[in-house]
Ligand binder design. Structure first.
Ligand code: ZN
Length: 691
């Protein structure tokens, strides 16, 4: 028996004699094995008193708390940061702790750092720094600070406690004095660089921070190789002393504006607090005017405070132009969107003057759709870090405008939700922040200014600008491509965006548009966000929440899309009219992944019938005869094609389109809801055998 595979658009002539084809048997060595695809799915982490079967924190869920008070000085001449951090640590765990582990991320820039050996090639060593210079580590004992023993291992430090910290209630105060040389552009996520009106400093990972001690692994001490962070929540109060001519923008609330801003700037900030339009706080013309600083010469100390956060970062420069506008939140509260950038960022095609409105829209949109933004400011800072997120502040590429700046802003600001609010472990499960964030970015793009920047297409999602489903196929077909559930440090750079961002986001799109439908998906995903805000969810918690809250056992999807990199290949293998006049369409699932799909039959009079083929079809079958009522002659049988939605419709109407689209096959749902173009289906082939 011979298979003939044809693409849909050349079937017209062939299908006139459609009834002549009979279904060939599916071979017994087929890729698809129902018992494998639908086997019970073992979640990585068990259900217990800490984590419930419904994916929520359990009745005895706990996490430790860390509050920081930092006093630091940034010296632009020597390019050093020196500081003292007071750390208040509260042990809520059921375990006595004999030592603490801290992250020393600046050690990543040492010449002997492990991270030099884990990239595509070893970086040139000339740009490296000496990492942290730890001057003292002291524990408060009996009202006085006394040195304690510590040991540094790559980017971690273990501090040994003279007395174990008691379970559930133990508290201690640690004091660490340190300094380090700021890395230049080599720093990647934290750096300094030159601009016409002065250097710009993007300062992050700038104080020793506690590793997380949790119920999943105890101390989570993965070193900083290249993957991001996993940090405890608490309040961070920080003071940074810089030359008086510098402006600082930092995570959280500026506590002492009267000391570090001019009267005019304070008035303009007050005006911005009530303005939906962007208000200039320090204009391009004012950057070089001495009057734009409250003091000439000497230093000023900027004081910031941020509640319920896992980290803080700041930008510092005398070159900053600074603007701001009000953010309107669903509860009626307001926050501030801000941007700080050198004059180069508003020259040529670079349009950072639009940045604050992008920040404002992004925060308002995610607050409306998912969870209200909890912090007083959301800041975009322009620099060479390129696109790096910290709570309340992002470092975005300094020379961008239009769609590219919008896309970068909505992504980096989106990280405030994943992982800054929903505190998953970026270092182990990067897909839970990059994938979730990229997914919400796709929908934010639809909402912005009538879909002005649709479709979202960049290195992180559908980079070819086409059909996302088509663009993921090479990754699914690549035998070397890692599954989503891979330790991020083990994912080669060539797969990082395709797998961790794009495939993980497309998985959410398929869940929403195809598998669950928008209403069930949104309710379940919101439940996940609310349950785990300011907590530490694991992948198992996410999977369990979606199963339980959305009311669907999605084991087959978690297995096929996340644990494995399986392919989807469904085919029409036969079409015949039976004696009762019905059309029997034989569909076969030929590869390991299963997905719901929609069959479309076009009749000789031009009318069409659509039949939804549920995933349950494949529990017991490799192939199945779908009976379609109709006494007319079928002229074409195949996957339903997507519809092109009207341009520039609102999010609400997009949702309506999404609901309709969820009745269609995967690709057409994407066409309806996600992109303004018709899309071909994902490997839904029409195969006909000659009788
Ligand atoms: Zn990201």
């Amino acid at each position: 028996m011979k298979f003939i595979t044809r693409s849909l658009h050349c079937l017209a002539g062939l299908l006139v004699a459609i009834a002549a084809y009979a279904a060939p048997p599916v071979k017994s060595d087929a890729q698809f094995k129902p018992l494998q695809t639908f086997a019970p799915f073992q979640f990585q982490h068990p259900v217990n008193r800490y984590r419930s079967a419904n994916g929520s924190p359990g009745p005895d869920y706990w996490q430790n708390r860390v509050d920081y008070q930092i006093e630091a000085t940034l010296d632009p001449d020597s390019k050093t940061l020196s500081g003292t951090v007071l750390i208040d640590y509260a042990n809520q765990s059921p375990d006595a702790l004999h030592s603490l582990w801290l992250q020393l991320d600046q050690n990543r820039y040492r010449t002997d750092a492990r991270s030099n050996f884990t990239r595509d090639k070893m970086p040139e060593l000339e740009n490296h720094t000496d990492g942290y210079d730890i001057k003292s580590v002291e524990l408060e004992q009996g009202g006085a600070f006394k040195p304690v023993h510590y040991q540094v291992s790559d980017t971690r430090m273990r501090v040994d406690l003279p007395d174990a910290l008691a379970p559930q209630s133990g508290k201690l105060r640690l004091r660490i004095t340190y300094s380090y040389t700021l890395p230049g552009r080599f720093g990647g996520r934290t750096d300094w660089y030159n601009t016409r009106n002065g250097d710009v400093y993007e300062v992050a990972q700038w104080f020793p921070r506690l590793c997380v001690y949790d119920d999943l692994r105890g101390w989570d001490t993965l070193p900083f190789l290249n993957s991001e962070f996993y940090l405890e929540y608490g309040d961070i109060d920080y003071r940074v002393t810089v030359p008086a001519d510098m402006i600082l923008v930092g995570s959280g609330e500026l506590v002492n504006p009267q000391e570090v801003l001019t009267a005019t700037q304070q008035q303009r900030l007050a005006k911005a607090r009530k303005s939906d339009k962007t208000v200039m706080i320090r204009s391009a013309a004012e950057v070089t005017e001495a009057s734009s600083r409250p003091r000439q010469g000497g230093t000023l100390t900027w004081h910031f405070r941020m509640h319920d956060t896992r980290d803080v970062a700041f930008g510092a420069s005398k070159a900053y132009v600074w603007d701001a506008a009000r953010i309107n939140l669903p509860s009626g509260k307001t926050a501030m969107a801000m941007s700080a950038y050198p004059v180069e960022s508003i020259e040529g095609d670079s349009r950072w003057q639009d940045s604050t409105q992008f920040v404002k829209h992004t925060v308002e949109y995610y607050s409306r759709r998912w969870l209200e933004y909890p912090w007083p400011n959301a800041i975009a800072e322009a620099g060479v870090a390129g696109g790096m997120e910290y709570p309340g502040i992002v470092f975005d590429w300094w020379k961008l405008g239009g769609k590219k700046l919008y896309g970068l802003t909505t992504h980096e600001i989106g990280h405030n939700w994943f992982p800054m609010i929903v505190g998953s472990n970026e270092r182990r499960d990067a897909w839970m922040d990059e994938g979730f964030n990229t997914f919400v970015n796709v929908r934010a793009t639809l909402d912005y200014d009538g879909g002005k920047f649709v479709p979202k297409s960049d290195s992180e999602y559908a980079p070819g600008g086409g059909n996302p489903v088509e663009e993921i196929l090479p990754t699914l077909a690549d035998p070397d491509a890692p599954p989503i559930l891979t330790r991020p440090d083990a994912i080669a750079e060539k797969y990082r965006h395709p797998v961790t961002y794009f495939k993980a986001a497309l998985g959410m799109v398929l869940l929403r548009e195809q598998i669950l439908g928008p209403e069930r998906f949104d309710k379940a995903f919101r439940q996940y966000i609310e349950a785990w805000a300011f907590k530490h969810p694991s992948p198992s918690d996410f999977f369990r929440t979606m199963d339980s809250a959305a009311g669907e056992d999605l084991s087959w999807f978690w297995r096929g899309w996340y644990r494995h990199n399986w392919q989807f290949d469904m085919a029409v293998t036969g079409v015949r009219h039976d004696e009762s006049g019905q059309l029997a369409v034989t569909v076969a699932n030929l590869d390991k992944l299963v997905l719901p799909a929609t069959l479309q039959i076009e009749w000789s009079d031009g009318s069409k019938t659509r039949v939804r083929i549920p995933v349950a079809t494949w529990l017991q079958h490799h192939q199945f005869d779908v009976m379609v009522p109709g006494d007319k002659k079928a002229v074409s049988v195949g996957p339903a094609q997507g519809r092109r939605p009207e341009p520039a419709i609102t999010e609400q109407r997009r949702d309506d389109a999404g609901s309709l689209a969820s009745l269609l096959d995967p690709a057409s749902a994407l066409a309806g809801a996600m992109q303004e173009r018709a899309m071909p289906p994902m490997r839904f082939r029409v195969r006909l055998s000659r009788a």
